[in-house]
Design a binder for this molecule. Structure first.
Ligand code: SF4
Length: 346
């Protein structure tokens, strides 16, 4: 029998199981707090319950705990990149980042990805499987245990398309937000998507005021479809409309991520088109110098092209920033560590 991961269950779900096992309801809260506040990695580490109850729990349940396969530490800014092993042997990547305003983590939501963006290493072997809520959560907890530091925010920007794993990702956010757990505010969570328009609307309707980031990368529909196959399913117009709906429903500003690729999308005509597309929308544009991968032979834009692009957007009244490169001495692109591992190079 496949055992159920306790870390993926809500407090209400644990209460149902606990009552079903003939125990008092308050035991569920003890289990939940041990998992989500004390960050227990095993049923034996759960505080306040008897050895006999632990034994009965172990017959039906398990506790997901990630193992660190590799850790790369930046000597420049404290960034740490992790390659974690899941209990089925798959591996995923996560990143710990130190900012002036506090610590943040970048988490994966799937093993691999099926979206096929040409500039992304995570999609080269397709989608292996979705991560469970407990596995996404455990990346956060494993980093907390390893660094011993507080983590004030997170971005779902590692391997995988979060909205392609909608149920597990929203369950993960609810667990992390729970007052009996880490009690992290939704406003400290950012979900980055390549633009699955109907799911953006569903997220807006879910009532969670999380930050939404859209990987846009090209303001021309035909050109975007070449680098991001998802554009064949949802046009730029549909994506922008779903973002307006999101802003209306949540009151949150949306971020548009724009990776600058030399000679591909960094000309001023692209800046003008982008400004036209986003005119009047409560948004912020994050300009990202391309992180090169071996399968995509393009280069990142020169710094003067990046500045000109930013200035052109600002002249049109848009707010744009250039993403600061963290951990540039350990600068493996997202997905690259896992690919190296699969190829036997880690
Ligand atoms: S950029 Fe994101 S959505 Fe696109 S292939 Fe990579 S992980 Fe998937």
């Amino acid at each position: 029998m496949n055992k159920i991961d306790l870390k993926s269950l809500s407090l209400g779900e644990i209460e149902c199981f606990v009552l079903d096992m003939g125990e008092k309801k308050f035991r569920a809260k003890q289990i939940f707090k041990s998992l989500h506040q004390q960050l227990a990695t095993d049923i034996d580490e759960i505080k306040g319950i008897s050895a006999k109850f632990k034994q009965s729990l172990s017959e039906r349940f398990r506790v997901e705990a990630l193992k660190v396969v590799e850790r790369y530490d930046s000597k420049l800014d404290g960034t740490r990149k992790y390659l974690f092993r899941l209990s089925d042997g798959n591996v995923v990547e996560s990143v710990f980042m130190k900012y002036r305003h506090g610590n943040s983590v970048c988490l994966s939501t799937q093993v691999g990805c099926r979206m096929g963006c040409v500039f992304c290493a995570s999609t080269k072997s397709g989608l292996e499987r979705n991560l469970t809520p407990g596995e996404i959560l455990e990346q956060f907890y494993a980093i907390k245990r390893d660094t011993g530091e507080n983590i004030g925010s997170l971005v779902l920007m590692g391997s995988g398309e979060p909205l392609d794993n909608y149920e597990n990702v929203t369950a993960f956010m609810e667990l992390l937000h729970d007052v009996e757990g880490q009690n992290l505010s939704y406003r400290s969570m950012t979900l980055s998507t390549c633009g699955i328009a109907p799911k953006i609307r569903e997220l807006a309707d879910s009532g969670k005021p999380i930050n939404l980031a859209i990987s846009l990368h090209n303001p021309f529909q035909d050109e975007r479809a070449i680098i991001m196959p998802i554009a064949r399913s949802y046009s730029l117009e549909e994506i922008v409309d779903s973002c307006k709906y999101y802003i209306e429903a949540t009151g949150r500003r949306v971020t548009f991520e724009y990776t600058l690729i030399e000679g591909e999308n960094d000309g001023l005509e692209y800046a003008a088109k982008l400004a036209g597309l986003l005119r009047g929308i409560n948004c912020h544009i994050n300009l990202i110098p391309l992180n090169p991968i071996s399968e995509y032979s393009k280069s990142k834009s020169k710094s003067d092209a990046v500045i000109s692009f930013k200035n052109a957007l600002e002249r049109k009244g848009l707010v744009a920033t250039i993403r600061r490169e963290l951990g540039s001495d350990i600068n493996a692109a997202c997905g690259q560590l896992r690919n190296n591992y699969i190829d036997g190079e880690v």
